[in-house]
Design a protein around this ligand. Structure first.
Ligand code: SAM
Length: 286
């Protein structure tokens, strides 16, 4: 029997196997043993997983399992598990199920009383946080922010009062916009871009959100990145931590613009449609 679990000859078992986030040496002995011993490997991208298995001389039946087929693929895998198969679930990199496909398969297995066994290993958020220098006692992993600016700003506004370190996954082409939105909604907090962690060009770029934004505009970073934002100092409140009416007045004063222009900017900062911002302004005053 592989691993410490309750799998028997009759029931199969699902192993959630963490794989490297860049450096192929970052795989545990247990992960390699499980990958060698299972009957099949469900993976996000069969070509990517084939490369990993080739590297370790493992030959295995691969089944594709990704966000576009999990609705039908999850029950198919569960049928095999019910017949006694042992399967590993892996993603392209890091820990499966964490901002990656697999949750549906896990819950379906649990519903069918099939053991689900984690085989822990790399995860970008933990590696990035550990070396970031940000407070680690408490943190909030947010995953990917919405791609649309309005929704992203609203999500950030909801996090403005959060006193814990925030961790986000982000695509390189969205990093500049996210930093801009974060600066405007959260204020000038300390932040870290953890780039290409465990890879040849690994880099930790540290500074305030404003400094990072300037740096990214000057030299857009490439590759995989995790963004960490520290708690605010409390001395400089973010634009979104004051009432909308106060913010509109502040913009009018500081930028010498009329109320309409100020309201437009304040609405954008908070990811609010202008009509909604106008309504809030009236509410704030009443
Ligand atoms: N499940 C994976 C894990 O546990 O790390 C995360 C999968 S998520 C789809 C991929 C995101 O993780 C990337 O867009 C990036 O934000 C982050 N990431 C992955 N590898 C990374 C690396 N080597 N350095 C920094 N961030 C990385």
């Amino acid at each position: 029997m592989i691993g410490a679990n309750k799998a028997t000859a009759e029931t199969g078992c699902l192993y959630l196997v963490a794989t490297p986030i860049g450096n192929l040496e970052d795989i545990t002995l247990r992960a390699l043993r499980v990958l060698k011993e299972v009957d099949l490997v469900a993976c996000e991208d069969t070509r990517q997983t084939q490369k990993l298995l080739n590297h370790y001389g493992i030959r295995k039946r691969l089944v594709s399992y990704h966000e576009h087929n999990e609705l039908t693929r999850a029950p198919e895998v569960v049928i095999e598990l019910e017949q006694g198969a042992r399967a590993a679930l892996v993603s392209d990199a890091g820990t499966p199920v964490i901002s990656d496909p697999g949750h549906r398969l896990v819950t379906l297995c649990l519903r069918h009383h099939i053991p689900v066994v984690p085989i822990p290993g790399p995860s970008a958020l933990v590696a990035a946080l550990a070396a970031s220098g940000m407070p680690t006692e408490e943190f909030l992993f947010v995953g990917f922010l919405p791609a649309r600016s309005g929704e992203r700003r609203r999500a950030l506004v909801d996090l403005a009062a959060e006193p814990r370190t925030l961790i986000f996954y982000e695509a390189p082409h969205r990093l500049e916009d996210t930093l801009k939105d974060a600066l405007e909604t959260l204020g000038p907090r300390p932040a870290v871009i953890a780039r290409e962690v465990t890879k040849v060009h690994e880099e930790f770029i540290r500074g305030t959100l404003g400094e990072l934004l300037e740096r990214v505009r000057r030299k857009p970073p490439r590759g995989e990145m995790t963004l960490l934002i520290g708690p605010g100092s409390g001395t400089q409140p973010a634009a979104t931590q004051v009432s909308l009416a106060a913010r509109v007045a502040q913009i009018m004063r500081e930028q010498n613009v009329d109320r309409k222009a100020a309201l437009k900017q304040a609405a954008r900062e908070r990811g609010l449609p202008r009509r909604e911002a106008y309504k809030q302004l009236l509410d704030d005053r009443s």
